[in-house]
Structures are given as structure tokens and as C-alpha cells.
Design a protein around this ligand. Structure first.
Ligand code: HEC
Length: 179
């Protein structure tokens, strides 16, 4: 079977030939395409983009940013409903909680997302990780690898390597609801 899909990720378009395979290493074409679907679903649900739902901004810790806001919701992607945790990372000269609350778009630097994707990788609790630019394009690390999928699995630095230290063994720092 050789399917061709065209999915737009932010302003960029990627063409992927072949069927979707289970994500192994992070940053594959399939991971980037899935990240695009995830962004579209979040956008349709009013969770990212202009006028999206947000929480009260709080002071952040490295590496996520000076000011953050985090929301969590059930989200349907490709027919399956799972939980998504969205952390928006704000920064820039003069940033502060009030400034972000007044005009979030002005300070938004990146959107980091964890999405539970059933069966993806039980060892890392099936979280799919992405770091997006504010326009929904997938950001890359300094080596040019796209930050989507099992980012930081194994010896590689990145999301999973750090989130493994989260209490409760669920890779979520804020609570232990998904143990
Ligand atoms: C060096 C450690 C570190 C790295 C690397 C890291 N994070 Fe986090 N992350 C944290 C900490 C600490 C928190 C909880 C504190 C907070 O709210 O910022 C957190 C919170 C989060 C949350 C909210 C859910 C939770 O765990 O409480 C999301 C979503 C998230 N990170 C996504 C990502 C993504 C996606 C990446 C990779 C692109 C990433 N993180 C990389 C340390 C890290």
C-alpha cells in the first residue's frame, strides 16, 4: 500500500509517501506529520492560536521559560480521544505575569505539548512530545532534528530524559493523575 497524504504544518507543507509506522526515533517525517494533525486538532478545539483558552500565567523554571501557562483537556486526534497537556512558554525583554495576561500573543515563544497516544511507547507512558513555534511549525534542535515524537528517549537530551525525573513515574511533573 502506498498512500500519499498532504498535511500542512503551519506555513509548511510536507508530503509523506507510505503508511504510518509506529514512531521509533523522534523527529521522523511521520512524527512531524502527526504533530501537524495534533496542532490542527488543538486549533479547532480553541486550545492554540489566536484567542485560545489559557490559564493564569505563572513564573516558570528552566528550560520552559520565564513565564508559563499550562492547560489540559481531552482532545480528539484522528478518531481517538486522549488527554493533551499544553504548556505555553513566554519570554522577552520586560515579560511578566501581568504583561502576558494582557497580551499573550506578544510574548509567546514556544508551545510545548504532551499528548497521550495509545500504544505509542508504553515504556515512556505513550506520551507524544512536540515543541512548536507560535505559528504551529515544529521547532528543531541545534542539530537539525525536529522536536516531535519520542523526543529525548534513551541517552539523547530532551523532553523525556528530563521528564523521567517527574514524581510518580508518569513523566508529568504537575500531578500524578496518569500513573
Ligand atoms: C530539563 C528538564 C525539562 C526538559 C528538557 C523539558 N521539560 Fe517539560 N517540564 C519540566 C518541568 C520541571 C516541568 C514542571 C514545571 C513547570 O510547570 O514548568 C515541566 C512541565 C511540562 C509540561 C506540563 C506537564 C507537566 O509535566 O507538569 C509539558 C506539557 C511539558 N513540560 C512539555 C515538554 C516538552 C514537549 C519538552 C521537550 C520539547 C519538555 N517539556 C522538555 C522540565 C523539562
Amino acid at each position: 500500500m502506498n498512500m500519499k497524504m498532504l498535511v500542512s504544518v503551519g506555513a509548511l507543507a510536507f508530503t509523506l509517501a507510505g503508511t504510518a509506522s509506529a514512531a521509533g526515533m523522534s523527529g521522523s517525517d511521520e512524527d512531524v506529520v502527526y504533530a501537524g494533525k495534533l496542532w490542527s486538532a488543538m486549533q479547532s478545539g480553541g486550545l492554540v492560536g489566536k484567542g485560545s483558552l489559557m490559564s493564569t500565567p505563572y513564573t516558570g523554571v528552566h528550560p520552559h521559560g520565564a513565564i508559563l501557562d499550562t492547560i489540559e483537556a481531552p482532545l480528539n486526534v484522528g478518531g481517538e480521544t486522549n488527554v493533551v497537556i499544553i504548556k505555553r512558554n513566554y519570554g522577552g525583554e520586560g515579560v511578566g505575569k501581568q504583561a502576558v495576561a494582557d497580551d499573550p500573543a506578544k510574548w509567546l515563544k514556544a508551545v510545548t505539548v504532551m499528548y497521550k497516544r495509545a500504544g505509542l511507547d508504553p515504556e515512556t507512558k505513550d506520551w507524544f512530545w512536540v515543541k512548536y513555534a507560535p505559528d504551529g511549525s515544529v521547532l528543531k534542535n541545534p542539530k537539525g532534528a525536529s522536536l516531535a515524537g519520542l523526543v529525548g528517549k534513551g541517552a539523547i537530551a530532551g523532553c523525556i530524559a528530563c521528564h523521567k525525573a517527574a514524581p510518580g513515574g508518569d513523566l508529568v511533573f504537575n500531578h500524578d493523575r496518569y500513573k
